[in-house]
Ligand binder design. Sequence first.
Ligand code: ADP
Ligand code: MG
Length: 490
Amino acid sequence: MIKGNTGDWEIIIGLEVHAQVTTESKLFSGASTQFGNEPNANVSFVDAGMPGMLPVINAKAIGQAVKTGLAIGAKINLKSVFDRKNYFYPDLPQGYQISQFLDPIVGRGEVLLDMPEGVKKVGVTRIHIEQDAGKSLHEYNPKFTYIDLNRAGVALMEIVSEPDMRSADEAASYLKKLRSIVRYIGACDGDMEKGNMRCDANVSVRKPGAPLGTRCEIKNVNSVRFLHKAIEFEAMRQVEILESGGKIDQETRLFDASQGETRAMRSKEDAHDYRYFPDPDLLPLELTQEFVDNIKKSLPELPDQKKQRYMETFGFNSYNAGVLVAEQESAQFFEDTLKALDDKKTIGLTRLAGEVSNWLANELFGRLSKLGVEITQSPVSPEKFAGLIRLMVDNTISGKIAKDVLDFMMETGKEAAVIVEEKGLRQVTDTGAIEKVIDGVMAANPDKVAEYRAGKEKLFGFFVGQAMKASGGKANPSAVNELLKKMLSA
Ligand code: ADP
Ligand code: MG
């Protein structure tokens, strides 16, 4: 149960995920949220904290948070309150962040993880909406700090989990699953490289059954890989302190990716007193049940539902189905490929679906990531991919040849059938032709034939290999096996 080398110490993890809500304008102003614009191109008087400017709530952002809540089966609070979280920082011109404290918009929900050992439930405590801050820029001038307020006031959802995760693998899986869900419903782009989604990881360790230990919070982790590394490092650090008789100080830490370690940032004693209070410029947010119900009706098929359907329709196991549905675009590619295949009657839907998913997961995904392109930019379309699978299923080519054909398809974008004809890769099933190849192999290895006939049956594999090689990999392997047996024993 316990991963890594923390011995009999159990790792406890709770995540606070910040997801930028997909909207054209900011949470309380009409300024654009477009990424990559000139610094301070997307700033309204509200975002700049000009006196007297009043915030106006963005209904689209509220809808996105409700959608996210519904997608994790959470309770939607029809009444929620916006509070001011007060602190001073140059990138926060208002002097406070508008957030939600005691009455968030979304209450308890849960996220299911597809772990290799089975499905694991992780509780979500709450989701609240808040404003993002701006950014300090230090690279322009060694003497000055510049401020870019493009991000100031952009809508964020903070998704807070229960301390339910027990390993770095589970935490990574949770972050990936959340990302998958918000991308399915279009509530967040989930682009961690652009800082679109980032998380704080709370980590503690304990002996199983003991009460929760003191936690440290690792701030602003911006990739799944870093999250994994940060947790493993942090858990080991805590175990080493406890094993040597020390105690853990509750503190905020930073993950340094270049060193692969977490470092203290501030202790609990330095923790801010944010003096939360309801924002007097904003009324409590009241939603109608009808607003919520309409959003519920608009939800697409979610990853877990798709997974269930794949398991029932195609006979996939839970883990494989989970991998296939993680990205909506990959699942779509799978379904489009299957649709383009008309061989369902001959070999059965289950086997065909299995072939397609294997070839996707084991061959196409790898080639795409080597090229550095997304599945939506694949040079091999679902229809062409179906063409390749069809040639394998009807025994025109072997699986081994198919891998080469796929390489050519990636390079040229040509149809599989065209490549097979051009390069003469058709599988040889004609018995006469294969017999001729075997005759040649036997004639070239008379001593081996004699040994085999004298009882050295291990040599059979050698003959199969030689015959396949002599046919340029094109001979049908089962025909080769069958004929070899006959001809060697003759
Ligand atoms: P804060 O507001 O100070 O960050 P919260 O009570 O909101 O504190 O908890 C934040 C996160 O810490 C939650 O995701 C929660 O699951 C997690 N957490 C709480 N206690 C522990 C613990 N002992 N070990 C690991 N994670 C914890
Ligand atoms: Mg926190």
